[in-house]
Structures are given as C-alpha cells and as structure tokens.
Design a protein around this ligand. Sequence first.
Ligand code: HEM
Length: 406
Amino acid sequence: MAELSRRRILVSGGALGALGALGMASPAQARSLMEWTWAPSGSVAGSGAGDDPRWVWDEEADPLVASLLDRGAVPEVNRLLRDWTRNDQPLPEGLPEDLRAFMESARQPPSWADHGKLNIAARFNESRGLYLNLLNGVGGGMLSTAIPKEARAVYYSKGGADMEDRVAKTSILGFAVGAPNAYRPGGSCAVEAVKTRLVHAAVRHLLQQSPHWGGGIPISQEDMLVTWHTLPTFAMRKMLEWKVPITAAESEAYLHVWQVTAHMLGIKDEYIPATWDAANAQSAQILPRNMGPTPEGVELTDILLGQLAEQTSPGSISRPLCDALARYLVGDQVADWDGIGREPVWDPLISSAWPKLVKFREGLIPLPLVPQVAWVIDEAARRYILFYLTKGKETKIEIPTTNRPG
Ligand code: HEM
C-alpha cells in the first residue's frame, strides 16, 4: 500500500508537469484528469470492473515469462520461435508446455473480430499506406519518445543499445498490421502480436532488475493504451486534419484492426475503446498525464532522426528537413519535449507544402499547385519505409533475457 501511494504521488507529479506544459493545469482539471473516469461501457467488452489501468498489467503472460526467464528457458524458446511466422502455422514442437498452452489461446483472435471489417481495413491500409507509415513510423516514434515511461523503458531495455534493430523489430508488427492479409491465415499479425506480448512480459520482469529503472512495474495497461493512442488515434486525427477523404466504413474498419491488435497484445477488452468517440475521450484522459520530456527521450529522438536522415540520403533529405518533418507531424509541444530544433526555413515550407501534396494525391487539386519540396518528403518517406521493410525481413522479434548492457 505504501508503495502504491508513493507511485501515485510520482505519477501525479509527472502529470501535473505535463498538464502545465500543455497550458491546461487548473488544479480542478488536473485532479479530474488524475482519476480514472473512462467507463467500461465505452469499451469493446461493454462492461468491466472499471479498475484504474495504471495498476493492471498482464496477469497471464507476466508470471509465465518471469518463470521462463528464471528457468533459463528463453534462449531455446527464441530459437524454436524463429521460424514461427504465419498465423495458420502450428506452434513448433518442443516448447515448454505452459508456454504452448498460453500461446495456443493467445494466438486466437477475439470472438468479436469481424472479417468483413478487417478486409475493408486492409484495403484502407493499402490505399493510405504512405500517410499511415509516415504517421505511425515517424510520428509514432517521435510521440513515443515524449512518453517518459516508454522512453525510459526503451532506453534501459536491451534494444535501447541498438535503435536501428529496435525500430526494425517494431516495424515488423507495424507492417503486419497494415498487410492485406493481416489476420488471415497467410498473414503474420497474430504471430507478431503474441511475440510482442511475450517481449513486454519479459521487459516487466527484467527492467525492475535494472539499476537505472526505479519506476515500479513497467508497461501497465494504461501505458499500453497511451502507446496505442499514439498509433491509430493519432493517425486518424491527422488524416482528418489533412482532409483525407475517409468513408464511415473505412474509419470503423481502421479502428477495428487496431482493436483486434490491442486485444492480441494483451490489452483487456474492457479498456479497448469501442468507437472513435470513446477512443478520443480515453486519449484526452490519459495522454496529458503520461507525456513530457526526459533526457532519455531527447537522446532517443536524436538517434531516430539521425537514422531517418541517413536512411533517406544521399541528397534527398537533410537532417534539418527531417527535424522539420518530425515537428510538423507531432506539433510544437511534443517536438520541444523531444528537443527537436526549430528550422526557420523548413518549418513553414513543410506546413504549407504537405497539405497540398495530400490534396493532390486525393484528386482535389492539380499537379502544378504542389510545391517541389512536397515531392522530396514523399520520396523520403518511401525510402524510409522501404529501408525498414527490408531491415524487418532480416530480423525477428525475440524475447530479451537482459537489459541494456552497462
Ligand atoms: C518491444 C510494440 C507498448 C516498451 C516491442 C516490440 C513491439 C512493440 C512490436 C517488439 C520489438 C522488439 O523486441 O524490439 C508495441 C505496441 C504497443 C507497445 C504496438 C502498444 C500498443 C509499449 C509500452 C512500453 C513498451 C507502453 C513501455 C512503457 C517496449 C520495450 C520493448 C518493446 C522496452 C523491448 C525492447 C527490447 O527488447 O529491448 N513493443 N509496444 N511498449 N516494447 Fe512495446
């Protein structure tokens, strides 16, 4: 109980700081945003205990993976799972029995998964691939470094030492969600989501042993929801802002593929928003209290933007342009938290050119109205996506057995 109170105070302090920075820190507002008021009636389950998700983790995967780590079973499990890649593929022989039983159940999509909607989502993901990859890859990356608990978790876990590999691994799931056959037999989304669920369970166990961590059990249900909102909720908001035409069926379907993915990652159904309204309400409640600057986030952002500039050169996109693109995607508040510099030349150019490119792509304005710089960004985005597609093919999501060395 004492531990719980201490953590509540720590969390409150961070949230008040973030709210202050967002310019909305009246004490009454701050207090109301600290309480968990989002109702489970707005979830895909339709009901639930309504427990504060800050204090809920993954009660099935966590003890199991902790035990695998303690038993020294993880290297062999990783070896066996390397070639487990398709949704319809039987699990490999030789897995520990407790893990096999868990994975057989965890790989099943929820009973409420709707294949009609998933098909529409697949077509939407394909037609809007460029925006989505840019928003989820670059935008989502820059938002994740402005989430203190996530930035620190990534920094001090094993993958924090090699961000190129880390991004490639994360993109494996991103590309699987966006693939035409995501949850169909030949797809890989169920596989990669279950592997990720195991990785997160390992991180919960391992990080608490890191001398640098000191933040209690990481990756709570609330943390997962925060990250989830930086992916579909953020992407949908930006596409609407850019006036990308989206039908009601597409919007619902895009939400659906991410609802299913949330479930597969171990987010409980009572926390998964059933509608965009419920998603926006939940995001408004939990994002402000979970965002802000950290030295780790600033360092990770610098590494990520350096990679973006490197992967898209030679000649096409400079670091200042990458910084300006990142700032444009996430906005000034988050960009400042991430320590992204201001670019007096590029910042205004991008804000005016990008919406025109979107309008052109959507058939709303003729080509001569698109400034040249928009094509530079378009090409850079393609190269960046291709780079991580290729890298992702060379690597696998694996359960870590250690934290970041040193
Ligand atoms: C690993 C996605 C939430 C921290 C991964 C991986 C994926 C992923 C695909 C595997 C890649 C790898 O092993 O490097 C997601 C998604 C989330 C989510 C889609 C939410 C919807 C979170 C949150 C945190 C977090 C909330 C921390 C607060 C980590 C860490 C790793 C990891 C530390 C392991 C890196 C390592 O092995 O060193 N995540 N994640 N994730 N994730 Fe998440």
